[in-house]
Write a protein that binds this ligand. Structure first.
Ligand code: 13P
Length: 251
């Protein structure tokens, strides 16, 4: 069975009540049965997003969660809270969190585990820096990041997860990986999983992220192992995100 495409927006730390209202309206109008879609919004906007998208074809989620169940963790948000606000997805291990907040692959795997235990679908981000790519370490870096999850949760857990390959050098830079570069790493990730379970490898959605725009989405999504995108900047522009959703439905 062919894998469905998923186009997910990562709003990062952007938005306002007024701007979100218009954006959520446009996104829900652009949704179609031909492509899964979602928006991952800042925590304070989850209630607004839930109200706007409830019963619509677009799912929603958060961009991070605590590895802890509850307790004295000032400023943190747990998985159960995300479930209360109807989240389907939660991003874990985004490169910004790895780089700026010191999240290790072990911590990311812990967050992935607690997300799944709560019934959330983790979107597990993997990706190398430019320095690592130029040193020929892309494969080693993404497999180390993935292995932390495989060792902790097992390969079968990927049936309830999404992977996003996001080369760090392509994020927010306008420098997209070429479809061939992205496909090469997606195939490598899928082959790594297939060594453990060919069926899981065949089923898991692997998204590409990093300067996906309306004018390059179709070409990226046409690659054999690219099952959609995790979209940053372009997910904040209704027309652009809608066009990317249409590109996901068209292939
Ligand atoms: P941009 O699409 O802005 O490059 O961001 C990609 C990203 O980090 C999505 O998680």
């Amino acid at each position: 069975m062919p894998r469905r495409k998923l186009v997910a927006g990562n709003w990062k730390m952007h938005g306002s009540l007024a701007a979100n209202a218009a954006l959520l309206n446009a996104v829900s109008a652009a949704a179609s049965a031909g492509c899964d879609s979602a928006v991952c919004v800042p925590y304070p906007y989850l209630a607004q997003t839930q109200a706007a998208l409830f019963g619509k074809a677009v799912a929603w989620g958060a961009q991070n969660l605590s590895q802890h169940a509850q307790g004295a963790f000032t400023g943190e948000v747990n998985a159960a809270m995300l479930v209360e606000f109807g989240c389907k997805y939660v991003i874990v291990g985004h490169s910004e969190r790895r780089a700026l907040y010191g999240e290790s692959s072990e911590l990311v795997a812990h967050k992935y585990e607690v997300a799944q235990q709560a019934g959330l679908v983790p979107i597990l981000c993997l990706g190398e820096t430019l320095e690592q790519r130029e040193a020929g370490q892309t494969g080693a870096v993404v497999t180390e990041q993935l292995d932390a999850v495989l060792n902790r949760c097992g390969v079968a857990s990927l049936d309830k997860a999404v992977i996003a390959y996001e080369p760090v050098w392509a994020i927010g830079t306008g420098r997209t990986a070429t479809p061939e570069q992205a496909q090469e790493t997606h195939a490598l990730i899928r082959a790594h999983i297939a060594k453990l379970d060919a069926g899981v490898a065949d089923r898991v959605q692997i998204l590409y992220g990093g300067s996906v725009k309306a004018n390059n989405a179709a070409e990226l999504f046409a690659q054999t192992d690219i099952d959609g995108g995790l979209i940053g900047g372009a997910s904040l522009v209704a027309d652009d995100f809608s066009a990317i959703m249409r590109a996901g439905a068209a292939v």
